[in-house]
Write a protein that binds this ligand. Structure first.
Ligand code: URA
Length: 230
C-alpha cells in the first residue's frame, strides 16, 4: 500500500495530513526518511512517525528445503506428509511454497511468507530459469533439443510453452531449463515423446542453487544476499 494511504488510514489522520507529514520529513520506513507519497508500505515494513512506531513490521521469512521423495508440496494434506512438516519453525500457517514440486520430485524448494518475492520467482513473465536434472525410461533423442526450444503446445491450458533448453547428459539423462512452472511441465514435455520421467530433481531456481550441504529433508534460512538476488 502507498504510504500516504497507509497513514491516511490511521484513526487520527486523513490523506491530506499524511502528505503534509511526509513533506515535513516526519515519516520513516525501515529507518529511512520518506517524502514520496507513493513509497510502498508492506506488511514487513517498519513505519515510524515522529520517531513513534506505527507499524512494527512482521519479519519476512525465507527458507530453502531439500525436498525428499514421498511428500507433498502443500501446506496441509489429509493423507500424506507435507513439506511444511519438515520445518521446525513457528507459525507454519503463515508460510507458502514458491513453486511446487510433485510427490516424488526432489530438490530445491523455497518456502516463504513474502508473497511478492515468491511471485517474482515463479511468474513466467520474470523468465527465471528453473533447472532440473531428469532421468527417463527410454533414450532421449537429439530431436528433443529443438522441440523443447521451439515450445510445446499444451492443449489443456491452450498455450505453447516458452523456449526451454535441454542438455543431453547421457542416453537417459538430461538437464532441462524451463522458465515456467506449468502443471507437471517437465513430465508432460518428455511425455510428448512418450518417454516417462523416472527421476526428477530441481537443482536451481534463477540465482538460487540448492545448497549441497543439505541432505534430503534438511533446510536452512536463505542468506540476505540470496533473498536480494530475486
Ligand atoms: N515438472 C514436473 O513434471 N514435476 C515437477 O515436480 C516439477 C516440474
Amino acid at each position: 500500500m502507498r504510504i500516504d494511504r497507509f497513514l491516511g488510514n490511521l484513526p487520527h489522520l486523513n490523506r491530506q495530513q499524511a502528505r503534509l507529514l511526509l513533506a515535513q520529513q516526519r515519516v520513516r520506513i525501515d529507518g529511512r526518511p520518506v517524502t514520496d507519497a507513493m513509497a510502498e508500505v508492506r506488511e514487513f515494513s517498519r513505519v515510524e512517525l515522529d520517531g513513534e512506531v506505527v507499524q512494527a513490521g512482521k519479519p519476512a521469512r525465507y527458507f530453502m528445503l531439500h525436498k525428499p521423495m514421498g511428500c507433498v508440496s502443500a501446506t496441509r494434506d489429509p493423507e500424506h506428509k507435507t513439506v511444511l512438516e519438515l520445518l521446525d519453525e513457528p507459525d507454519l500457517h503463515e508460510l507458502h511454497i514458491a513453486g511446487r514440486l510433485d510427490y516424488n520430485t526432489t530438490g530445491l524448494l523455497l518456502i516463504t511468507n513474502d508473497g511478492s518475492w515468491s511471485r517474482r520467482l515463479t511468474q513466467p513473465q520474470t523468465k527465471l530459469p528453473k533447472r532440473y536434472y531428469v532421468e527417463t525410461e527410454r533414450q532421449i533423442g537429439p530431436e528433443y533439443v529443438q522441440t523443447f526450444a521451439q515450445g510445446l503446445y499444451f492443449a489443456f491450458e491452450d498455450l505453447t510453452t516458452l523456449p526451454a533448453q535441454l542438455q543431453i547428459l547421457g542416453p537417459r539423462s538430461a538437464r532441462l531449463s524451463i522458465v515456467e512452472g506449468r502443471y507437471h511441465q517437465v513430465k508432460r514435455m518428455f511425455g510428448h515423446f512418450d518417454n516417462k520421467v523416472v527421476r526428477l530433481h530441481r537443482e536451481s531456481m534463477g540465482p538460487l542453487i540448492l545448497d549441497p550441504a543439505l541432505a534430503p529433508g534438511e533446510y536452512r534460512p536463505l542468506h540476505t544476499a540470496e533473498i536480494e538476488q530475486v
